[in-house]
Design a protein around this ligand. Structure first.
Ligand code: IMP
Length: 359
């Protein structure tokens, strides 16, 4: 028995999904601890493929319990759609196998709108996934967020949505020149989804810690990659959560001293979706060849990923700050056939050569 973490060391898409899937065979539970439906991967079992964005892929295994932790932001409709899709494909999705934290925050329509409207008018775009992740985390931090448990109280939900819309509608109408949203319509929509989600709501920290006490194994699954961390990544070109492995305890409720192994997933080259610095990016033939051979297209948005060489400067920064106990090197086969394989060992910054990651 053990508790271990699996996270990405680059800008996401390191191949965590595959590693998590392999490791899941030997664990009792999988829990996600950050991010939202901006992440995603496709799991293929025989002839059937499952595209998942919120529910951990461990659900596909017959015995594994899966948890969505407090650190995750959840689009409740996406959550229900994934349950529906899994059930249609013959997966048993029941509340004893799937649990969602009552403390996880909800992504509402106004978060998605805000995410997209902002990107539309920005001159320096972040290239977000447009799923409302950033605005949902903003509301969490500003203490105006709606948690999964709030979906169950119709009056409270209405009051929270109305309060949020006062501010959001002003922006929608006056700044972005868009249509305002109606509080009652949103309340009805989300109260209804809340009723459907209710059986899956749980005290996940308590349950997970009890599992550890009983000697069960738990995998804490990260989304995105370390360099997209809101605190330590390439800010502002980051996602809005903490993607570092050090956040696994906080976002899942599993005591940090209980976590015994910390697995880093590192791709043999580098990719990045969206905007932001990427020093070892190759805009030439090699970059296109990496994209083609590595099938580098986003699962969530289908966007082509920028490709380049392994960046040892960035990796050394990430490895220094995350206490990894082992490393998985993925997609090494993609490099076969390249006569020269490059790695970045230093950067040029304002005419100076530096061998550290500028913070
Ligand atoms: P957001 O998370 O949608 O706000 O997007 C912020 C940045 O993180 C953008 O550059 C996205 O492309 C990137 N991003 C978000 N999720 C993922 C992911 O799962 N893989 C790779 N990049 C991601």
């Amino acid at each position: 028995m053990t508790v271990f973490i699996v996270t990405g060391t680059q800008w996401g898409d390191e191949g965590k999904g595959k590693i998590v899937d392999i490791l899941t065979e030997n664990v009792d539970a999988v829990a996600r601890f950050q991010g939202g439906n901006n992440a995603g991967h496709t799991i293929v079992v025989g002839e059937t493929s499952f595209a998942l964005h919120v529910i951990p892929s461990g659900i596909i295994r017959k015995k594994t319990e899966v948890f969505i932790g407090n650190g995750v932001v959840v689009d409740p409709q996406q959550f229900l759609e994934e349950i529906e899709m899994l059930r249609k494909k013959g997966v048993r999705v029941t509340p004893d196998r799937l649990k969602i934290s009552r403390r996880a925050h909800v992504i509402l329509d106004y978060h998605k709108n805000l995410d997209n409207y902002r990107e539309e008018i920005k001159t320096e775009k972040i290239g977000t996934t447009g799923r409302g992740i950033g605005p949902a985390y903003e509301d969490k931090v500003s203490r105006t967020g709606i948690r999964i448990c709030d979906l169950l109280d119709r009056e409270l939900l209405f009051s929270k949505i109305s309060c949020s819309l006062k501010e959001k509608n002003t922006l929608f109408v006056n700044l972005y020149n868009k249509t305002p949203l109606d509080a009652k319509t949103l309340r009805d929509k989300y109260y209804e989804t809340g009723r459907k989600i209710a059986p899956f709501i749980a005290e996940e920290g308590f349950l997970l810690n009890n599992m550890v006490k009983k000697g069960k194994s738990i995998l804490l699954e990260g989304a995105q990659g370390a360099l997209l961390d809101v605190d330590r990544g390439t800010y502002p070109f980051v996602t809005s959560s903490n993607t570092f492995s050090t956040f696994a305890s906080m976002g899942s409720g599993v005591g940090s001293a209980r976590i015994k192994r910390n697995i880093a997933v590192m791709k043999a080259y580098t990719t990045r979706v969206g905007e932001g610095p990427f020093p070892s990016c190759d805009n030439g033939e090699d970059g296109s060849k990496l994209a083609e051979k590595g099938h580098e297209f986003g699962t969530t948005t289908g966007r082509k990923r920028r490709c380049g060489w392994l960046d040892l400067v960035a990796l050394s920064y990430v490895f220094n700050l995350n206490d990894y106990s082992s490393v998985v090197l993925s997609k090494l086969d993609v490099l076969s056939g390249f006569p020269v394989i490059k790695v970045a060992i230093a950067y040029e910054l304002e005419g100076r050569k530096i061998d550290y990651f500028p913070e």
